[in-house]
Design a protein around this ligand. Structure first.
Ligand SMILES: Cc1cc2nc3c(=O)[nH]c(=O)nc-3n(C[C@H](O)[C@H](O)[C@H](O)COP(=O)(O)OP(=O)(O)OC[C@H]3O[C@@H](n4cnc5c(N)ncnc54)[C@H](O)[C@@H]3O)c2cc1C
Length: 417
């Protein structure tokens, strides 16, 4: 079965949230012939955030959007691999991005810049985007679903709650307000121009031959730095233990002195990188944890949670945004195959198709962090397999659209037996 661009299924969808989950779902729904209205609480689109990674499984989705890959190529990281060092600065392994390692084309770059490209594409393909619309309530019946935003009611055949880690949509799906827990870790993150670092003898290796990507691993801490756009821009992230209160805002400022304390005694290059960071660019983001939700869909199966609203990821999975995109690609196919008269069938199939795969992908976040933070640091050179990224074809070689076409009928049959 293959979809016909521009066909109209008559299915109407409301998407809440214009992050990567919401935008992808909206674009994919339009591609598959559905009518979409997208409501976003931000009154305007700003280039917020810093580095974000999309695996080849998400790359396959971008590649179907005309002109988007070319735009992403201009702003994304262009390296052939990643250097692993111990926290003391000894290089222990270079993992090259061969096709056997990446299973297609990944994209890493500034979250705000990539978001802008995807947002513009959503506008271009005709998604009806309403900014400044904060959704305050969800409702559904046997025959429709809807939301309330700015005091107005919006209804459609289906609603996708792509409203991120603080999802309001979770209440109607779960029947209770699900509170996040502290994961015990936090992450310093930043993005700034690399000129100062290019002049410093200790850090210029990051800027000399185009983009560079380097990870330093230490006891219960890891520090990853990258130069991007021909080494013009610099980004680093540092995951470390943290017992402070849970905060989940991208706006939480970080303090350079706190970051310097975390990497005390480390490779002088790391310390120079932290010292060169413009203080106003540093974010301290607490990594929260949520138990896996028992379900992502509402009682009448007309409302679906997608992206971080359904399944927040640890950054060490390097899959949060990619899995968010796969959700939308899957839902669009399911709705095409169900048609307007069987929307709940599509929503149930979406959950069944995605649930186990997402759990497996989430677990890679914990396993990678554990192997990096508890490595045998004195003998790492002899044991590179204990730290190299191993994510496999099952994860990165996946094509969500093709997969949904292949398994839809069998999934529906299994659900009704
Ligand atoms: C501002 C921002 C900056 C980020 N920066 C980074 C980064 O640098 N690196 C990284 O790895 N990840 C970053 N993330 C997270 C990352 O984008 C997500 O983890 C991932 O892409 C999954 O996206 P999502 O669409 O599910 O959730 P999100 O990206 O969180 O998007 C959710 C969207 O829903 C909107 N929303 C929430 N509640 C409502 C409501 N009630 N009504 C209407 N709209 C609502 C939000 O404004 C937001 O636009 C950032 C997220 C945000 C929101």
């Amino acid at each position: 079965m293959s979809f016909v661009a521009g066909s109209s299924t008559g299915v109407s969808v409301i998407v809440v949230g214009a992050g990567f989950a919401g935008l992808t779902a909206a674009i994919e729904c339009v591609r598959h012939g559905h009518k979409v209205t997208l409501l976003e609480s931000f009154p305007e689109v700003k280039a917020l955030g810093d580095i974000i990674s999309f695996g080849a499984n998400a790359g396959r989705i971008f590649k179907r959007w005309e002109g988007v890959e070319e735009k992403l190529d201009k702003i994304c990281l262009n390296t052939k691999g990643i250097h692993f060092k111990t926290y003391l600065g000894e290089e222990v392994y270079y993992q090259e991005w061969t096709p056997e390692e990446t299973f297609g084309k990944p994209f890493n770059g500034h979250r705000g810049e990539i978001h802008e490209i995807v947002y513009e594409y959503a506008q271009k393909v005709g998604v009806d985007i309403k900014l400044g619309h904060r959704v305050t309530g969800y409702f559904e019946t046997d025959s429709e679903a809807g939301v309330i935003a700015n005091g107005e009611r919006f209804t459609a055949d289906a609603v996708f709650a792509a409203d991120g880690v603080r999802s309001k949509g979770r209440e109607i799906v779960l029947g209770y307000d699900d509170k996040p827990k502290s994961s015990g870790y936090a992450i310093f993150r930043t993005w700034f121009p690399s000129d100062k670092l290019a002049e410093n003898p200790l850090t210029k290796f990051m800027c000399e031959n185009g983009d560079n990507h380097c990870a330093w691993l230490g006891p219960d801490i890891h520090f990853i730095a990258a130069t991007i756009k021909g080494a013009q821009d610099f980004s680093w992230v540092c995951t470390h233990k943290d017992d402070a209160d849970i905060e989940e805002s991208w706006q939480t400022p970080g303090k350079l002195e706190d970051a310097l304390k975390v990497v005390e005694g480390w490779d002088p290059a790391v310390i120079e990188i932290v010292k060169a960071t413009p203080p106003e660019t540093l974010v301290d983001w607490k990594l929260v944890y949520r138990d896996p939700l028992p379900t992502w869909i509402s009682p009448h199966a007309r409302i679906a949670l997608i992206g971080d609203a359904a399944h927040p990821f640890l950054p060490t999975s390097i899959q949060g945004a990619s899995q968010a995109m796969e959700d939308g690609a899957t839902l669009a196919v399911c709705l095409e195959l169900s048609g307007k008269s069987k929307v709940p069938e599509a929503i149930r199939a979406y959950e069944k198709i995605r649930y186990e795969r997402v759990r497996m992908a989430q677990k890679t976040g914990e396993s990678t962090r554990e192997k990096w933070h508890k490595a045998d640091f004195a003998n790492l050179k002899e044991k590179p397999d204990t730290i190299k990224l191993q994510r496999g074809e099952w994860l990165l070689g996946h094509d969500a659209e093709t997969h949904a076409y292949e398994v839809y009928d069998g999934t529906v049959a299994a659900l009704s037996s």
